[in-house]
Ligand binder design. Structure first.
Ligand code: MLT
Length: 410
């Protein structure tokens, strides 16, 4: 008799962003014709630059001729793209071999799948709040108990709050896998080199592995902040890094990302090279490689001109972030992030819960954001606004907040 994976029953009914979409749809059904301004999911809106479009077109063109047609490629990604990614790290003083780079169809699947190469009894530590995929993938894999009053038994929550400027200290107990995201989704906080060094030292001392999600690294404007964990001495012995073309090059729908699994990474029972070989085994078994067309686009995005074009779009989103922060400051609403990251993390100003504030913002201002509690218990009382969007929508959203958000009566 077939039975379901009962771990799914431990999860909240719906994944956060579909839940927001569902509630927004219900609102629109009740209020037809209302223009809803979406600052919820971090979804890119601006078109790709001409160099990337050219790269994609070349990829398509190659498929039209017998001489250049390709079918399955290497599961790990095409050599030129792996080399270009390694070269990009070199500019940050990080030397990687191309076979430590694994190209994928995005950071979300990699951050969900990476746990599968680690022991079932691994103790998992996550920042709280955190991108939901880290927690949910481990719940599905059976590494946690039930969710009781908002936290999963067996999971170690590293609280990120105003007191620690939304970046935690290393755990004071022994854990095996630590998920860190910097620039952080959802809080917009960026870890300093010293903060990451503390985690690297902890991981080496405890034979733990850091899964470092740097999907928003290109939004860092302050050069003193690390864009990769491998800028920290010793990190290659204890960290895996996951990154993506989604937010930096507008590939949210195109799909392309990568993971770095250093050969130096050593854990209990796995000498140098073994974890890299395991991820290779996992990918070659369960993944057939990213689309060849998309990889040509990715290669173009990493060219000198491609990087310039990406930079213009990143600057555009960061100007949106400035506009949103400016509005919140004017309304005297406490807010964080949005300087080296595209997310603004605001304190719910009214004493309402995050979801009640979601409803209030939607009803009063027709603005959609993301309730902080959707990212974990420590997110309760906070709310995330995304800077991804057309300028005119961002301007309409802030105008509506200024005109319609009722603060004093609460
Ligand atoms: C977010 O809004 O947190 C992200 O866009 C979701 C994602 O990248 O999967």
């Amino acid at each position: 008799m077939a039975r379901i994976n009962e771990n799914y029953d431990k999860l909240a009914a719906g994944y956060l962003f579909p839940e927001i979409a569902k509630r927004t749809k219900a609102f629109l059904e009740k209020n037809p014709g209302v223009e809803v301004l979406r600052l919820g999911i971090g979804n890119t809106t601006e078109p790709l630059g001409p160099v990337v479009i050219d790269g994609l077109k070349k990829g398509v063109e190659k498929l039209s001729k017998v001489e250049t047609y390709t079918g399955y490629g290497d599961e790990q990604g095409n050599a030129p793209l792996r080399e270009a990614i390694a070269k990009m790290y070199e500019k940050r003083g990080v030397v990687l071999a191309a076979d430590e780079v694994f190209v994928s169809d995005g950071a979300k699947p990699d951050s969900a799948n990476i746990q599968s190469i680690f022991s079932h009894d691994s103790i998992i530590a996550v920042q709280d709040p955190a991108y939901p995929v880290y927690v949910d993938s481990n719940v599905i894999a059976g590494r946690t108990g039930k969710n009781e009053s908002g936290t999963y038994n067996g999971l170690v929550y590293m609280e990120c709050n105003e007191e620690n400027s939304f970046f935690p200290k290393a755990p004071d107990q022994k854990v095996d896998l630590i998920y860190l995201c910097s620039p952080n989704n959802p809080t917009g906080a960026v870890a300093t080199k010293e903060q990451l060094k503390e985690f690297v030292d902890y991981a080496i001392a405890n034979k733990a592995v850091i899964i470092f999600d740097s999907a928003y690294s290109e939004f860092i404007a302050d050069d003193s902040l690390p864009r990769s964990i491998f800028e920290i001495e010793g990190a290659k012995k204890c960290a895996i890094e996951i990154n993506s073309f989604s937010k930096s090059a507008g590939f949210t729908g195109v799909r392309l990302g990568w993971s770095i699994v250093p050969k130096q990474l050593v854990i209990e029972g796995a000498l140098e090279g073994k974890v890299n070989a395991l991820w290779n085994r996992r990918q070659t078994t369960m993944f057939n490689g990213a689309s060849n067309i998309v990889q040509d686009g990715g290669l173009a995005a990493l060219s000198e001109q491609g990087l310039k074009e990406n930079r213009q779009v990143i600057d555009y989103y960061m100007e949106n972030a400035r506009i949103i922060k400016d509005c919140l400051d004017n309304l005297k609403i406490k807010n964080y992030g949005g300087v080296n990251a595209p997310y603004i993390w605001m304190k719910v100003p009214t004493g309402l819960s995050s979801w009640d504030f979601f409803n209030k913002l939607l009803e009063e201002c027709h603005v959609v954001g993301t309730p902080g509690s959707g990212f974990g218990p420590a997110g309760e009382g906070f709310f995330r606004l995304s800077a991804f969007g057309h300028r005119k929508n961002i301007e309409k959203a802030v105008a509506s907040l200024k005109a319609n958000l009722k603060l004093e009566s609460d």
